[in-house]
Design a protein around this ligand. Structure first.
Ligand code: 2U9
Length: 344
């Protein structure tokens, strides 16, 4: 029995030293130290031994078991360390190597322009409102003093879903909806940015879908000078304190009186150049005092309440500010165009 145990020990230690991976070590452990293993076998045979022999064999059997187990543990640790080393080596990155360029995107030029304008008006106490792009004929036209069949509707032809539903042609319906929610006795001070649609042939300055940002202020005793003050503050913050503004008479069905606001041309300092077509002035937006019909339809008494409104096209402002010569660049998603305006 003693020889057998010695023999088993050598055999097992041999196999341990030959094991090249953790799995085969496990197999050796099971084979020699397992319940069905030869050492267990020997121990089961203890019964046949003399009572002198039993403690000797018993102790030897335990020594053999422990030395095999110890050899397996040591080898396993070494194999696992080697495994880890190999893995670390394989995964080691040469930190001196240049990293893979991570393409950092940025806001679309239109988004940054709209956010810039929003921040200016938030600074003047206006709140931002948004509304549905699929609008009703009532809110897109009638509530804005454009009754059914009114010729001015042709200037704003759109895409109709039904007789009564269309893709909005301006963001003004959002102002009309907001006023309507105030049951005629609360002030309104809001701007509304968003996508609008016109049945237009796309060219360098027209697109069937474009952006608008309109504003509205309704309260008691609102005068034209309040409008001029707000527009002047906007222009100077957006285009530079040295810019002048001028208001020219104009016409919109939903404002009376109506004006266009120009800023002095930056390129020629107002002397006249190709950018301002020799006028020295650049048209930026339209505005006016809210038409009494519009106030009335929204539930306000025009004798008690008055208001002003304005509307601009952020694409136009971006084209002026960044010298973009074709409005379609904003929609054709050419990364070479867009990434020029990623604020680093
Ligand atoms: C209500 C009352 C009045 C909004 C206004 C303009 C003038 C204007 C143009 C800007 C660029 C259209 O896209 S554009 O060509 N808009 O000039 N918009 S006043 O007037 C309103 C709006 C809502 C209830």
């Amino acid at each position: 029995m003693k020889e057998r145990l010695e023999e088993l020990k050598q055999e097992a230690l041999e196999k341990v030293s030959k094991s090249e991976n953790v799995q085969s070590l496990k197999d050796v452990r099971v084979e020699y130290l397992g319940k069905k293993g030869p050492i267990t076998e020997v121990l089961r045979g203890m019964g046949k031994l003399s009572k002198e022999e039993r403690p000797v064999i018993g102790q030897l059997a335990n020594e053999v078991r422990e030395s095999i187990a110890a050899a397996i543990d040591t080898k396993q640790t070494r194999l696992e360390d080697e495994e880890l080393e190999k893995q670390l080596e394989a995964e080691s990155i040469d930190v001196t190597l240049p990293g893979r360029p991570v393409r950092v995107g940025g806001p679309h030029l239109l988004t940054s322009i709209v956010e810039e304008i929003e921040d200016l008006f938030i600074g003047m106490g206006f709140e931002i409102k948004e509304g549905p792009e699929v609008e009703t004929d009532y809110y897109n036209f009638e509530a804005l003093n454009l009754p059914k069949g009114h010729p001015a509707r042709d200037m704003q032809d759109s895409f109709y879903i039904t007789e009564e539903l269309l893709l909005r042609t301006h963001t003004s319906p959002v102002q009309a909806r907001t006023m309507g929610q105030k049951d005629g006795n609360e002030p309104v001070k809001m701007i509304c940015p968003g996508k609008v649609y016109r049945r237009d042939t796309d060219d360098a300055t027209h697109s069937h879908q474009f952006t608008q940002l309109e504003g509205l202020l309704v309260d008691k005793h609102v005068r034209m000078s309040d409008l001029k003050g707000v527009l002047n503050a906007f222009a100077k913050q957006m285009f530079g304190a040295e810019r002048d503004i001028r208001l020219r008479p104009s016409f919109f069905p939903f404002t009376e009186p109506s004006v266009e606001m120009d800023i002095s041309c930056k390129v020629c300092e107002g002397k006249g150049c190709s950018v301002c077509k020799g006028t020295g002035w650049i048209e930026i937006l339209g505005a006016g005092m809210v038409h009494p019909n519009v106030l009335e339809m929204a539930g306000y008494d025009p004798k008690e309440y008055s208001g002003f409104a304005f509307g601009m096209g952020p694409e136009r402002i971006a084209m002026l500010k960044y010298g973009v010569d074709d409005i379609r660049n904003f929609y054709t998603n050419d990364i070479r165009f867009l990434e020029q305006y990623h604020k680093a």
